[in-house]
Design a protein around this ligand. Structure first.
Ligand SMILES: [Zn+2]
Length: 271
């Protein structure tokens, strides 16, 4: 059973600074535990949904924008038992580890030194994670080193398409995945450069030879939030026939031999 729990669904600067939707990324529990895109609030949300970050084996960061990497260092500290054990794997874009023209690295040397391994893969690279394998996929984003993945599991593949413009090559990488998680930032007729809109995801699903069993729309931007992402999801489902969900904190998918099941978790109480 592969279990995916969202710790937020927000994306873009305005949703992030207002926290209209939380921005903690998501957690995949398979033969290993991996946190994906630990944006602001990832650590707090992980505890809120009882996903002990000390049990992480890997952290994946698609790119060096703060809504994706803000909590990276503190998650590394959790994964390494307070930076006391050399443990865990970081898989991240070049910009996250080295920085780029506009951003410093998102992870210090101190934190890198306690990791067991660091991968800065190019599209096409394959990384083994227990019984699963990550195939790194490309993106066309304002951070040019942005990466996504297609995780091969015994129950089918899970694709993650982070911030990107639509380009046909995405089909070559993600066609036939069983579950597709995509950063659909903008609603219909309101596309912006370097991000997917509802229109883009519809084009993509229509062009797929083998459509996914389910799509999860995440990285909801402010315009999408107010356009009603649930309405957008219903539209996608109606025109493509693909079961479509909108991520939110506490939203969990369970992918085993049976049809993909979903539930929404209650947050744990804080003292
Ligand atoms: Zn971005």
């Amino acid at each position: 059973m592969i279990e995916i729990t969202f710790l937020g669904s927000g994306g873009g600067r305005f949703i992030t600074i207002t926290q209209f939707r939380s921005t903690g990324g998501f957690h995949i529990r398979a033969s290993r535990n991996m946190h994906v895109d630990p944006g602001p609030g990832a650590l707090v949300r992980a505890w809120r949904y009882k996903l002990d970050p000390r049990k992480l084996d890997a952290i994946f960061v698609s790119h060096r924008h703060v809504d994706h990497c803000n909590d990276l260092e503190v998650m590394v500290e959790a994964m390494t038992g307070g930076a006391l054990k050399k443990r865990g794997t970081l898989i991240a874009s070049k910009s996250v580890v080295y920085g780029d023209e506009t951003h410093t690295p998102a992870v210090s040397k101190y934190h890198m030194d306690v990791l067991e391994s660091i991968h800065i893969p190019e599209p096409g690279s394959k990384i083994a994670l227990g019984d699963e394998e990550l195939v790194i996929t490309p993106s066309l984003h304002s951070d040019p080193s942005t990466i996504g993945f297609r995780m091969r599991t015994r129950y089918g593949d899970v694709s993650y398409i982070p911030d990107t413009a639509y380009f046909d090559e995405l089909l070559d990488w993600h066609d036939g995945s069983r579950l597709l998680i995509a950063a659909v930032t903008r609603p219909r007729d309101m596309g912006i450069p370097y991000h997917l809109s509802t229109d883009d995801i519809v084009i993509m699903l229509k062009k797929m030879r083998e459509k996914p069993e389910a799509l999860v729309m995440s990285h909801v931007g402010m315009k999408m939030h107010f356009a009603n992402p649930y309405k957008e999801a219903r539209y996608v489902e109606n025109v493509t026939g693909v079961k479509t969900y909108v991520a939110k904190e506490g939203f969990r998918l369970m992918m085993g031999k049976e049809e993909i099941a979903v539930r929404t978790l209650r947050p744990a109480r804080f003292v």
